[in-house]
Design a protein around this ligand. Structure first.
Ligand code: HEM
Length: 205
């Protein structure tokens, strides 16, 4: 097989795995934010220590390892696709191409999200679940729970523009400040609406 064939197939497989793990990660992020938050709001207090230590560690496992593999496949894909230079530079101007700008913005959003999962949300949740399992509720627990919830919310808001930036290089093309701001604004409106309806939807069959 010609070298171009190997290259195209490698990039394709990397992208496939990248998106597969991205779905696992972001699917769980949405489960936590649009299903679990409203659910915890109506779950009886005495049931929480029985339900949560069985449910949340499982969901958090898929969540954090999905994030890790998406991140690793994403940066590998970026390196493999863009390090050659052809996609990185605009042939006409010699400047950075618009698709490179899109993917750098997406990679930045995605990497901030990955950092929040591994260095804020997961350590906080691990600590909280440990306390719940041991039937302890130290005074620092509410602040830690708030911190985890805040960063989870930040990630949910970032996920919409991040996804736009991921699909833009191959399907959209041009980038400018107005487009970027419009994408951010539409994303915020959509996510805020999803939060709003999440307390009401699915409560009846
Ligand atoms: C964590 C950091 C991430 C990095 C560094 C990254 C990097 C990349 C790169 C380099 C590409 C190829 C772009 C191109 O073909 O020009 C890509 C594509 C893509 N990424 Fe990511 N990504 C990240 C996170 C995510 C996440 C969380 C998702 C959520 C599902 C995601 C979804 C996608 C999709 C759907 C594509 C396919 C675009 C297309 O073929 O049109 N990425 N990503």
């Amino acid at each position: 097989m010609a070298i171009e064939g190997w290259y195209a197939n490698t990039v394709f497989i990397l992208r496939w795995f990248h998106i597969l793990f991205g779905i696992i990660w972001i699917g769980h992020l949405y489960f936590f934010n649009f299903v679990n938050i409203p659910f915890q709001g109506v779950l009886e207090k005495d049931l929480k220590p029985r339900v949560n230590p069985l449910l949340l560690p499982r969901a958090l496992w898929w969540f954090r390892w999905g994030a890790m593999l998406t991140f690793l496949f994403g940066w590998t894909l970026l390196f493999v696709k863009y390090s050659g230079g052809d996609l990185w530079k605009d042939a006409a101007t010699g400047m950075m191409s618009h698709r490179a700008m899109w993917i750098l913005a997406g990679a930045l959003f995605g990497s901030i999200m990955w950092f929040n999962v591994w260095f804020v949300i997961w350590p906080a949740q691990r600590q909280i679940i440990g306390w719940v399992k041991a039937a302890q509720a130290p005074p620092e627990m509410p602040a830690l729970a708030k911190r985890a919830a805040l960063f989870s919310k930040i990630n949910t808001y970032l996920s919409a523009p991040m996804l736009f930036c991921m699909i833009a290089p191959n399907n959209y093309g041009s980038i400018n400040a107005v487009t970027f701001i419009v994408v951010l604004a539409i994303s915020m409106v959509i996510v805020a609406h999803l939060y709003k309806i999440s307390t009401k939807v699915g409560t009846t069959i």
